[in-house]
Design a protein around this ligand. Structure first.
Ligand SMILES: [Zn+2]
Length: 321
């Protein structure tokens, strides 16, 4: 067998098998975690945090936001430093592919379905199975393998409360074109990932191309919203127009991305949630200072600049105060 056929045969042997033993949530569904989540997400639906509102609702008590499903089983910082006892086949596959020359990983798809609301006191148990592993694929990021897992979430009685399918790509990053060529030529900057464009967001990207950060505005009640979506979350009107942001804002939260290397992105990279002065937030890079110098509360100013040789993005620079 060739090395590639051998690798693919080993990958295929995982399909249909669990990634590890069922994992029981470290904490039962609880009000403190629900409250923190709602604060972080800006979800003010009373039925999650106000016991009186919960009592009066169809639920007859507090419930957890369905989108918290995965939060109950996240392992925290332990995930970053797995021990030998962690028999996690996802780590095995990661090591196998890294040794075979596919060191990078990116999540590409996630789908969830919620079958019932979780309530304080419920205890979630999750079991993850490898659903499919693709043959070798050529992608815009590089050559690699797609790995699909499906996680089933059950409660303390063994009843399924929801599921999640998750797809990652483990890949060999594309090298910039000039590295492979002996011909002297102007270096081409690798292209950044493109946003999927559709009816609901194309107008926003056209604004960026025109040098404007647009903010969608409800025509009925005037509420601003971002990211773009068809309906107002306040009054449910589907009539909207937009305003143009002044481009001034504040760093609301941020991370520094060190890994994995992805063509088109220079690491370390500051990825920040910017609160525009108009009130909406957007995710963007902070440039013009070291990523380690970015601080929550820092005043920033947008400039729409080329991210590669073609695509424009809003970048935020420290504001000249
Ligand atoms: Zn509205």
């Amino acid at each position: 067998m060739t090395e590639k056929a051998e690798l693919e045969a080993r990958l295929k042997s995982y399909v249909g098998t669990p990634t590890g033993p069922p994992f029981t949530a470290p904490d039962a569904v609880n009000e403190a975690m629900i409250r923190h989540w709602c604060e972080a997400m800006g979800d003010r639906l009373p039925v999650y945090t106000d016991p009186a509102a919960g009592q009066k609702s169809v639920h007859g008590g507090l419930v957890a936001p369905p989108t918290m499903l995965q939060a109950w089983i996240l392992r925290g910082m332990g995930m970053a430093t797995p021990s030998e006892e962690d028999k996690d086949a996802q780590l095995e596959i990661g090591r196998l592919l890294a040794e075979a020359g596919y060191p990078s990983v990116v999540a590409t798809n996630c789908e969830q379905e919620y079958l019932r609301y979780l309530r304080p006191g419920d205890r979630v148990v999750a079991e993850t199975v490898f659903e499919a592993i693709s043959g070798q694929k050529a992608t815009a990021l590089g050559i690699g393998y797609f790995i699909d897992t499906r996680t089933t979430f059950r409660d303390q009685r063994g009843e399924t409360v929801g599921w999640m399918s998750f797809r990652i790509l483990r890949f060999k990053p594309n090298q910039p074109a000039q590295a492979a060529s002996a011909q002297p030529s102007a270096p081409t900057k690798p292209r950044r990932l493109r946003p999927p464009l559709g009816h609901d967001n194309r107008w926003w990207w056209e604004g960026i191309d025109a040098g404007e950060i647009r903010i969608q505005r409800c025509k009925a009640c005037g509420t601003l919203r971002h990211p773009p979506r068809p309906m107002c979350g306040e009054c449910r009107s589907i009539e909207w127009d937009w305003i143009v942001s002044r481009g001034m804002g504040t760093v609301y939260s941020h991370v520094v991305m060190h890994h994995p290397p992805v063509p088109g992105y220079e690491l370390p990279l500051s990825v920040a949630l910017i609160e525009l002065d108009e009130g909406t937030r957007l995710v963007a890079n902070v440039v013009g200072c070291k990523p380690s110098e970015v601080r929550i509360g820092m005043r920033v100013q947008a400039r729409i600049e080329l991210a590669d040789d073609e695509m424009k993005l809003p970048f935020f620079h420290p504001a000249a105060i």
